[in-house]
Design a protein around this ligand. Structure first.
Ligand SMILES: Cc1cc2nc3c(=O)[nH]c(=O)nc-3n(C[C@H](O)[C@H](O)[C@H](O)COP(=O)(O)OP(=O)(O)OC[C@H]3O[C@@H](n4cnc5c(N)ncnc54)[C@H](O)[C@@H]3O)c2cc1C
Ligand code: SF4
Length: 510
């Protein structure tokens, strides 16, 4: 009996039990496919990063003695479609059995289920051995509970995995140090250089250029700056704990025109492609912290661990709990077009120009840029969540649907009506000015609500609350905002709404 095993581009888990023993009766198949580059328009760096990581992974398996069929994107034999790739592998390896790892995306799960029915071979599916939780653990945890609040899941995870917990109580006396994680960065403390890679990925880029892929974004193929192997990933992690962890929590919400990464880890691609596991990341962070408790405060560590043990596992669980319906939710009934400047960064609004330009150049923006700049603007302008999702799924190096859609449609756009978040993340210029230096160099004045140089976020904010008031009137967490709205002078509100309409109808003027 010979077995064909499929490895998808986001299943590059070196530590998986599959790879611990060389078996001549097993052939692995890994394929770069147009099916995966074309389901949405992608940033070129995202395509290159995946192909580069896949090629490195395949090389390492081959070096260890495993049999691997690798199909490059420009290989004339490449069928470019997953079902056909599997059939090609079965024929070439003369396989009598087909095995695959549980995919993390609903569309691939469906496709693989259907493929298994059609190929008429014995098939078996295995866990990816990556996450802390199983696919339906979050669903089971919240069964019969009224609210799906992340915090309760996070506390359970801390206790279950014995992470910063003593006798059932949180270390440092608190489960959550979020309140102390809100500092603006004003040039200090100094930010160490990022852990750069500067790789030459020209050969991969040339292969992509030979086939007809409709990508966007910038790339310098001789100077590629993302971790694309296991050793790269481990070195990003080591560099993070030694240099950035000490200030991670304090400045995780800060934004700055000159500093794109601040104290963020840039580990999302390495983790989402599974080159490194969340447990390895958390174990390393804790190990470093416990050896440096004199230098690192627990709030920095808790802030980081919450993102991975809490949010990342939670979002995956919500995805599998709510799909496929989640992908169509539009509870606020938003239908406006995403402005063209999301693809060009050609806008006078400094916060948007910087966040979008950085995303186009680097395929990266950190969480608050995604949530409170681009996401905030898209929601305030009542943009169709399908368009917003497609943009986020295409542009970011780490965007895979299970974590993209729950963050975008859920946390950012409130299109799920409150499954992920209890209130929409919207703000006027006030918050942006508090957390960044964007407003300082802006064409618009963050303090002005009306007039030609008034910040567009201000009019949009009040207009949004007014337009969507029927959705929020019974939401306790919105009570303060709705009270302020209700106290607004009628004439002023009308003027704000007129300006908001102009911004929404003519984004090119702003
Ligand atoms: C609108 C929107 C879309 C997003 N899309 C994605 C996406 O497609 N892929 C993705 O991995 N993250 C996404 N995020 C979450 C977050 O922005 C990124 O994980 C983070 O910016 C990656 O950079 P980093 O590795 O430097 O993260 P750090 O700030 O260093 O955080 C450490 C890790 O925590 C995890 N994490 C942090 N926040 C979240 C979160 N909200 N949900 C899940 N994991 C989290 C990530 O794995 C990240 O690598 C999105 C957030 C928003 C608001
Ligand atoms: S003034 Fe308004 S548009 Fe300009 S940077 Fe500040 S929030 Fe953004």
């Amino acid at each position: 009996m010979h077995t064909l095993r499929l490895i998808l581009g986001d299943q590059l888990n070196h530590k998986h039990s599959w790879f611990q023993k060389v078996d001549n009766n097993v052939t692995y198949i890994i394929a770069e496919m147009k099916q995966e580059t074309d389901y949405v328009k992608h940033h070129i760096q995202k395509i290159v990063a995946f192909f580069c990581a896949m090629r490195n992974f395949s090389r390492e398996l081959t070096q260890k003695g495993h049999r691997v069929i690798y199909l490059k994107i420009n290989d004339p034999k490449n069928p470019q479609d997953l079902t056909k790739v599997i059939q090609y592998g079965i024929d070439r390896a003369n396989a009598t059995k087909f095995e695959y790892l549980l995919p993390d995306e609903y569309r691939l799960d469906l496709q693989l289920n259907n493929t298994c029915k059609s190929i008429k071979l014995q098939t078996e599916v295995f866990d990816t051995e990556h996450f802390y939780t199983s696919r339906y653990e979050v669903k089971n945890f919240f069964a019969n509970k009224k609210s799906l609040i992340m915090e309760s899941f996070y506390r359970m995870m801390r206790k279950k995995h014995h992470i910063m917990v003593n006798s059932g109580q949180p270390e440092g006396g608190k489960w959550n140090f979020d309140q102390s994680n809100r500092k603006k960065w004003n040039g200090e403390p100094e930010i160490p250089h990022e852990r750069g890679f500067r790789k030459d990925v020209s050969s991969i880029f040339d292969d992509i250029e030979q086939v007809d892929i409709n990508y966007f974004g910038e790339i310098d193929p001789t100077n590629f700056n993302w971790p694309t192997s296991r050793s790269d990933s481990l070195s990003v992690l080591n560099y993070f704990v030694q240099n950035f962890l000490v200030h991670f929590g304090d400045f995780q919400d800060a934004m700055h025109t000159d500093q794109h990464f601040l104290f963020h880890s840039r580990l999302s691609f390495a983790m989402n492609s599974k080159m490194i596991s969340p447990k390895e990341v958390i174990d390393k962070v804790l190990d470093y912290y416990y050896n440096h408790t004199d230098a690192i405060h627990i709030s920095q560590v808790e802030g980081f661990i919450r993102q991975i043990l809490g949010w990342r596992e939670y979002m995956r669980g919500i995805y599998w709990k709510e799909m496929p319906n989640y992908a169509n939710l539009n509870k606020l009934e938003n239908s406006n077009k995403l402005p063209d400047f999301f693809w060009t960064a050609d806008t006078k609004m400094n916060c948007l120009r910087h966040s979008i330009k950085q995303s186009l150049n680097e395929a990266y923006a950190h969480h608050i840029q995604r949530l409170m700049i681009t996401g905030n603007y898209a929601l305030l302008t009542m943009t169709d969540p399908d368009e917003v999702d497609a943009w986020y799924l295409g542009i970011y190096i780490d965007a895979i649907e299970w974590v993209e859609i729950t963050n975008t449609r859920g946390m950012s756009q409130f299109a799920d009506g409150g499954i992920v978040g209890t209130k929409p993340y919207v703000s006027s210029a006030n918050y942006i000015n508090k957390m960044s230096n964007y407003c300082k160099g802006c064409h618009y004045s963050h303090t002005k609500k009306l007039g030609e140089n008034a910040c567009p976020f201000n009019a949009l904010y009040w207009n949004f609350l007014d337009e969507k008031r029927n959705h929020f009137e019974n939401n306790n967490r919105m009570a303060m905002m709705m009270n302020l709205l209700n106290k607004k002078n009628k004439r002023e509100l009308e003027d704000l709404k007129t300006r908001a309409r102009e911004i929404i109808e003519h984004p090119e003027r702003f």
